[in-house]
Ligand binder design. Structure first.
Ligand code: KMT
Ligand code: NI
Length: 150
């Protein structure tokens, strides 16, 4: 699907995300100049219910979505070539890069808690376009990429 998971227990150490040369290397190489940290749990995230609902609506973005799990866990679901859901279990130390134009959604698991770093190339634009959003160039590019994969 083009979604990359750096299941990175060996590469990234989430306990030292504030000073991790390996994280700095990824940020430098991929131009992830921007970052913040989001905590998703009932007591800490404003408009929690509304946001949880938005995250779980099937959508795409016009840019990469990059998430690095610092604490807790959750699931990213992505559509495969045959339009079936693939569930990606994300835990502490895992980083995922969703390509622009891929349909996806996010949900917490039974722990109801995740703390994640959000990375971005340049100024962040998180706008979700709920499905159907097939008219975007980013979508056409991604479909073309999928067709070129085995
Ligand atoms: C998103 O865009 O789906 C989120 O920021 C929530 C997930 S962060 C692990
Ligand atoms: Ni998204």
């Amino acid at each position: 699907t083009g979604a990359k998971v750096h299941s990175a227990q060996q590469i990234l150490d989430a306990d030292k995300y504030e000073n991790d040369p390996e994280l700095e290397k990824i940020r430098r190489e991929r131009n992830y100049s921007w970052m913040d940290v989001i905590t998703i749990c009932k007591d800490k995230l404003p408009n929690y219910e509304e946001k949880i609902k938005m995250f779980f609506e099937e959508h795409l973005h016009l840019d990469e979505e990059i998430r690095y799990i610092l604490e807790g866990s959750g699931y990213f679901d992505v559509r495969d070539k045959e339009d079936r859901w693939i569930r990606i279990s994300m835990e502490k130390g895992d980083m995922i890069t969703l390509p622009a134009g891929i349909y996806h959604r996010f949900t917490l698991d039974e722990k109801n808690y995740v703390k994640a770093m959000r990375l971005f190339v340049g100024e962040p634009v998180w706008t979700p376009y709920n499905r159907p959003a097939d008219h975007f160039n980013a979508r056409a590019q991604y479909v073309k990429f999928l067709e070129g994969t085995a």
